[in-house]
Ligand binder design. Structure first.
Ligand code: RB5
Length: 143
């Protein structure tokens, strides 16, 4: 799978760990930055990742900021992007099964590295249920 990832300074450490998890799973990873813990603006990196997913160049995207909130806000402004803020495993499962989320967001200041790794692994292998959920996600892009 081609996965594009990004973070701001508050998510930099978790993004580095996520990158290792993805590579260990055998995915191809594009990291748009940031590349240190120096303060940056989250919309810059959120836009880069969401645009890559919206254009269909990447199957999935993953974003990390401090809370996950800012990254969710910017990513969901892109038509075709379904960004899900998941700081727990059950949200990660449901975001795939019911919402066909194509972009995972996590809060680097809210959860630990081990949980984040498990969320990423679970989110990437969980399939969309389709069925009654298909028409509902289609309605998202009509707005
Ligand atoms: C950075 O301090 C913080 O505001 C940012 O990482 C994020 O949590 C914004 O939503």
């Amino acid at each position: 799978m081609k996965v594009i990832i990004g973070s701001d300074h508050a998510g930099f450490s978790m993004k580095s760990q996520v990158k290792t998890v993805l590579e260990d799973m055998g995915h191809s990873v594009e990291d748009v930055g940031c590349h240190s813990e120096d303060s940056v603006d989250y919309p810059v990196y959120g836009k880069a990742v969401a645009a890559g997913v919206a254009r269909g160049e990447f199957t999935k995207g993953i974003l990390v900021c401090g809370s996950g909130l800012g990254m969710s806000m910017i990513a969901n402004r892109f038509v075709g992007v379904r960004a899900a803020l998941c700081n727990d495993l059950y949200s990660a499962v449901l975001s795939r099964r019911h919402n066909d989320a194509n972009l995972l967001v996590m809060g680097g200041r809210l959860i630990g590295a081990d949980l984040a790794a498990e969320i990423v692994r679970t989110w990437l292998v969980t399939e969309f249920d389709g069925g009654r959920h298909q028409g509902r996600i289609a309605q998202l892009d009509e707005v």
